[in-house]
Ligand binder design. Sequence first.
Ligand SMILES: Cc1cc2nc3c(=O)[nH]c(=O)nc-3n(C[C@H](O)[C@H](O)[C@H](O)COP(=O)(O)OP(=O)(O)OC[C@H]3O[C@@H](n4cnc5c(N)ncnc54)[C@H](O)[C@@H]3O)c2cc1C
Ligand code: SF4
Length: 512
Amino acid sequence: MSRLRLILGDQLNVKHSWFREPERSASGDVIYVLMEVRSETDYVVHHAQKVLGIFAAMRGFSNALQAAGFRVHYIRLSDADNQQDFIGNLRQLINRFGITRIERQQADEYRLESLLLAAPEQLGVPVRVVDSEHFLTDRTTVAKKFAIKVPRMEFFYRELRKQYHILLDEKGQPLGGQWNYDQENRKRWKGSPLLPEWYTLSADLTELWSEIQGCGVKTIGQAQAADFPWPITRAQAKAWLAHFIVTALPHFGEFQDAMSTASSRLFHAGISFALNIKLLHPLEVIHAALNEFNAGKVSIATVEGFVRQILGWREFVRGIYWSRMPDYAHANVLNHHRPLPRWYWNGDTKMNCLHHAISQSFAGAYAHHIQRLMITGNFALLAGCAPDEVDAWYLGIYIDAFEWVEMPNTRGMSQYADGGLMGSKPYAGSASYINKMSDYCKNCHYQHSLRHGENACPFNSLYWDFHARHASRLSTNPRMAMTYRLWQKMSEEEREKILAQAQVYLERLDDL
Ligand SMILES: Cc1cc2nc3c(=O)[nH]c(=O)nc-3n(C[C@H](O)[C@H](O)[C@H](O)COP(=O)(O)OP(=O)(O)OC[C@H]3O[C@@H](n4cnc5c(N)ncnc54)[C@H](O)[C@@H]3O)c2cc1C
Ligand code: SF4
């Protein structure tokens, strides 16, 4: 009897109980299988760095397992007998190795979980599903809870703080007296303190890149194959995290919402790829930050802000995803259907904020949260772009994009297509927000202070047009009362000019 243990490309968790004795034996009955397949490279057009990063990390993981004495079978993209999908390859391996049972970890994406749930019937062997041992919440429990009522993220997060005893005093109250320090975390960055250096990695992945290209995989963005900048092994990911904790974490909180042409990352961690493919465990990231706080090197506001992203938001979006799929993938309560403007695919727009956020994403497969939410996401929301297109764009372009985390953030948080599960109001902002939090506006073709007229910033008229269009749904939301009061306070003539300007821009979105 031989068992096959399937490891997906985002399940590179060397700490998984699978890899403890006594299974470690090159001659044992357990064979670990990893496979590069076209069904994964082609379900959306991915950034070149995402395909490269995942395959390089899978190959590294496979080598590490073999070196540790495990029996591993690795299928490369270019292998002649690669069936290019999971079921086809598994069928072949069952015959080849006399497999009588398959074991697999829960897949994080609905698409893959559904496909693999059908495996026992299609393959004629039993399949045992185990936890990926990565997340801090049990997905079935949370999904059941969220299916009845989705709590606000803040309360969900407080419960997890209590459960994991994080940043609490001896009475179980929040350390420092507050659960949330968001108010202190909203500064613009004006050049000081100095930017941290990125942790430098430069793996040569040119051979792998030639193989991927040779197979005809379609990608977007720059590959940077000769000098690959992202962590692809656990050792690299740990070193990257340690570097971030010392150099950037101390200022993470203050400048969490800031944007700058001087840096794509500012004081953010850049760890989402390593986390999502499970080279890092969320708890080890949280503890690394807490240690720095306990050593007096970072403030409570910063450490709380950082912990909230991982313990709070990351687990929360997963709960939303698993409680609402598959319907979530079609949510579009605002009935938005416009195509994404063509410059989302090359950054070629006169709007400096969008030009920067998009060009940077094509070059580096990365943008930080506020760029994703308040620049690219915000514009697509205000312009009424179709959530399906917006989703596909985000799922493709970022190295950390896996549907369970990408979709609630995009469709829910940034496009409000779920009607308010992710956030109590749409994240819509005008140029005044962008100008407050960035240096983008000062060198822009458009005037951030103008709502209409020549070179008026498109964000302004589109912002008001969005609110006017959706007044019947949004104006009764108490959190939006102030916005609608401001709109009502404007003269009729001013409102007409703004709406007319928005129409002009909406008719020529591709040329903005
Ligand atoms: C429209 C949109 C799409 C997004 N798509 C993705 C995606 O595909 N994959 C992804 O991992 N994140 C996504 N996010 C969340 C967030 O933007 C990224 O996790 C973050 O920018 C990654 O960079 P970082 O590691 O420097 O994060 P930091 O700002 O340094 O935060 C540290 C970590 O906290 C976690 N985190 C922070 N915010 C969130 C969040 N809202 N949801 C889940 N985890 C969070 C991430 O694991 C991140 O690595 C998206 C956000 C938006 C608004
Ligand atoms: S003026 Fe408008 S378009 Fe230009 S950078 Fe500012 S917000 Fe963006």
